[in-house]
Design a protein around this ligand. Sequence first.
Ligand code: GLN
Length: 453
Amino acid sequence: MSPPLVERIKAFPAALSKYQHLNAVITDTSLQALARLETGGQAGALSGNLLAIKDNLNLVDQPTTCASRTLEGYISPYTATCVQRLLDAGAAIVAKTNLDEFAMGSSTEYSCFGATRNPFDPDLVPGGSSGGSAVAVATGLVDGALGSDTGGSVRQPAAFCGIHGLKPTYGRVSRYGLVAFASSFDQVSVFGSDTDITAKIYEVIAGHDPLDSTSATEGVKPFAYEEARARNLTIGIAPEYDHEGIEDVIRDRYRALIGFLREEGFIIKDVSLPHTDYGIAAYYILTTAEASSNLARYDGIRYGRRSRGRHDLDSVYTDSRSQGFGPEVQRRIMLGTYVLSAGYMDRYYVRAQRVRRLIQQDFNGAFQDIDVLITPTTPTLPFPIGSRVDDPVTMYLSDVCTVPMSLAGIPAMNIPVGRSSEGLPIGMQLTTRHFGEETIFQLSRFIEQRYSV
Ligand code: GLN
């Protein structure tokens, strides 16, 4: 047992209260972490590290709320595989963090516990849906954190909070114990304050799990930085990510980073990803379809909250669901039910699946010529709290740079590349082929070490 870790865990509640106004944490689990250490903590790759997990990941004997009234009173009877792997590697899990309800959102405002705020300016959003985990890392409350990324929910908040955020290859990390949103997209993802800790946490949680039939059996390549290897990577840039829809300050920084890499001798190639523009539409058809089916299980009978008053079965279902789910979740269930309904299925769902395939083919083609694609992570800087909650389409457009990678199932990571003149973080996204996480870490580490703005 390492005394400094015990001290850090004991100090956690006080540290947390200092950042109470940011509302990053739903449940403080530090007492459980302490008890675990006292009964003989594990030594491993993460011993000495304080971590947080998004509150859609199960940790035994703790509430899992998904920031929804629907799960009021629900206590996890088991621990998610990825979380168990953190514990087995010696990490202390001290918090379950705030999120958009059921991970649907881009700002961490759609939470029944209220919005999380950006540590750089509390009037701005931290991004979402894993905003609580991003803020916990950005404030230094924890060394790293898990989130889930379905269409950008780790990369986008990492960009808004100035930290690293990796969405691994689909299937790389077990989803057993992650509450499902859109199962063919969901991926447990990692926040870290630098490349090394992000890679370390990733390596601990990655790998096959017999409890998740979609988890990959492919081996996990360990990361060890080699500058020469990083310098050998061929970089791709694409016009689809460099246009007026991207705020000037971000586009300028994007071009500056590419200019820097060119000066450093990297080979930079133009690639074309012609179906990028259809990403958002396809994503919101497919994920709402999957969500409408996944969320059917919250019927007021099996989990959490049940409405009182009326006693016939249909009314219990209807009341429990309309009182338990917030507006965004209801909107998605309705959209998803619509796109799957008889008569519309071919027009929307089947077409969106075709678009998904075209986007995958775009990337497959590009990665014949390049190793890493660099794009902005977000089209804008963090936006003001309240400015998009009543405008779902603008909110959805926050994900324009991140959803194509999710449709293709390929790994992508946000790296921080300095601040704007107002002091707000700017992030860029490194993307590569399936199972190429280690390649991303090489380039990330090179930029971290060499690029200063
Ligand atoms: N913001 C996107 C959405 O609302 C992504 C969410 C996520 O990745 N969990 O669907």
